[in-house]
Design a protein around this ligand. Structure first.
Ligand SMILES: [Zn+2]
Length: 500
């Protein structure tokens, strides 16, 4: 139990005294830090093993969230094949070995893992005498593939193309080259990301949706030194090639080199789940509000660490799930909103927003019916009184609504835009890409110093554990804000549901 400080108790008593009876009866009880703490403590306990998708930790997480949502009064989505759950089929790949030999007039050139890392798409890949083409950034100024890569090994630069804004980043460019028929794509590391970091990233398991387009049969990274040595063996100057590639009309250069490549990997298919529930509206008009937040975290992330092998994900994102539970209790327990409200706990956000992408591809409610998606992620960062920032802002009617609702709760708006760069790092991005207005609203991304402090310390480490040091004041306030936002966006009188 939490004891109200003396002054707050007086203020609360005064409020009750002056509020009209109907207001007092209909008002949602404020979300308390204690109730959030209870959920976070359980979800981030070692028993949940860091909530890795496809693990026993997932089963426990599902049981807990479904249990809490059912208690709150939410229902499974009618007609779903697996009540409360949406299966998300995944494929996990772990590179286990690889070699590359480049054959040129001047003799063979082979690199060890100081120079190259390779990942095969399938369990065993073997390519022989593949032509090698340097493609620069792999695209032209219009963002189209710039060279004939069919059946070839494409060598591409990591950095963003310098000849346009909003051009695809290297992952997308790598996929575009695969779609254009490249047998393999090697990315030349950049000075911006240290080689050892790329090498380490490539040696980790990667997970994709089973429905995802297949990549090239081999992908990997070349160190800048290895790339230079390869160009030199081909009789070309790496610096000159790099300079030529800066032109928007660059068409690539076929090198007088062929490659023999082998790569092995363990490939595992398994299923994880989005958890989806519905609060049927009192006067549904065909529009719906969607609350979402990811339930997954990194699981047993440090298996060899004798001190702590579990990334518990207390802040990221047990805190968001705690808020989703608290919000569901208020909205289902109080006056019933007009519109249907959906609650979704997504899987595999940490692996690339995969659960959210799956939902966007296979929505249980038509995406065009979702008037707003409100994502809640990493919310236990700030104290009470932190202004409200919105990731995904920019649509005037929505921004005005957030401003109005926040104002009603006495919250200030922070619209300096500092949080905007995080837009691609959260589940709302997957829905936004399909035209759903997706907002992430709250205080956690308002005070950048606090957010950066978390991102630079406990974030994605075993140290992201629950303790009384985790600030919950801002999270409780943000939970109240989401209750109010849910009511406002689900109110057919207040929100037309079709605003642009
Ligand atoms: Zn994370």
């Amino acid at each position: 139990m939490k004891i109200l400080p003396f002054r707050a108790a007086i203020a609360a008593a005064a409020l009750i005294a002056i509020a009209p009876a109907s207001y007092a009866k209909d008002a949602d009880a404020p979300v308390t830090e204690a109730e959030l703490a209870d959920h976070i403590r359980i979800l981030s306990s070692d028993a949940f093993e860091g909530r890795g998708p496809g693990t026993e930790g997932e089963d426990r997480t599902i049981a807990y969230i479904v249990g809490e949502w059912a208690k709150a009064g939410l229902e499974p989505v009618p007609g779903s094949a697996t009540p409360w759950l949406q299966g998300v089929p995944l494929v996990e790949t772990q590179a286990t070995g690889g070699s590359a030999t480049f054959k040129a007039g001047g003799g063979d050139l082979a690199f060890d893992d100081d120079g190259i890392v390779l990942t095969g798409r399938d369990a065993s890949v073997s390519l022989a005498d593949v032509p090698v083409v340097f493609v620069g950034y792999g695209i032209d100024g219009a963002g189209r593939v710039n060279a004939d890569v069919k059946g070839k090994l494409a060598i591409m630069l990591f950095d963003a193309a310098p000849f346009g804004k909003d051009l695809p980043r290297y992952r997308e460019r790598r996929q575009m080259l695969a779609d254009a028929g490249a047998a393999g794509v090697l990315v030349i590391a950049t000075d911006a990301v240290p080689w050892w970091q790329l090498r380490e990233a490539a040696s980790r398991t990667t997970t994709r949706l089973a429905s995802a387009k297949a990549g090239a049969s081999v992908t990997g990274f070349l160190s800048p030194e290895a790339a230079d040595a390869l160009f030199k063996r081909a009789g070309r100057d790496g610096a000159a090639l790099g300079a030529a590639a800066k032109a928007a009309g660059y068409k690539g250069a076929l090198l007088p080199v062929t490659a023999d490549i082998t790569a092995t990997a363990t490939v595992r298919a398994y299923q994880s789940n989005n958890i989806i529930a519905k609060l049927p509206g009192a006067k549904p008009d065909g529009k719906a509000v969607l609350f979402l937040g990811h339930w997954d975290h990194l699981g047993i992330c440090a298996p060899d660490d004798p001190k702590d092998r579990i990334c518990n994900g207390a802040v990221d994102n047990a805190s968001g799930i705690a808020v989703l539970i608290a919000v569901a209790k208020r909205l289902a327990g109080g006056a019933r909103p007009d519109r249907d409200i959906y609650f979704m706990a997504t899987t595999s956000e940490e692996k690339g927003l995969l659960g959210a992408h799956w939902f966007a591809d296979y929505p249980v409610v038509p995406l065009s019916d979702i008037t707003v998606a409100l994502n809640i992620d990493t919310i236990a960062i700030s104290p009470r009184g932190t202004p409200v920032a919105t990731i995904g802002r920019g649509k005037p009617a929505y921004d005005a609504m957030v401003r109005a609702v926040a104002g009603e709760l006495g919250r200030k708006i922070d619209d300096d835009g500092e949080a905007d760069p995080f837009i691609q790092r959260q589940d709302g991005w997957a829905l936004g890409a399909k035209g759903v207005t997706s907002l992430m609203v709250g205080g956690s991304f308002s005070d950048m110093a606090l957010l950066e402090k978390f991102l630079g310390s406990d974030y994605h480490e075993p140290a992201d554990e629950f303790s009384d040091k985790v600030p919950l004041g801002g999270a409780a306030e943000d939970a109240d804000l989401h209750v109010a936002l849910g009511r406002a966006f689900a109110d057919t009188q207040r929100w037309p549901g079709k605003a642009k």
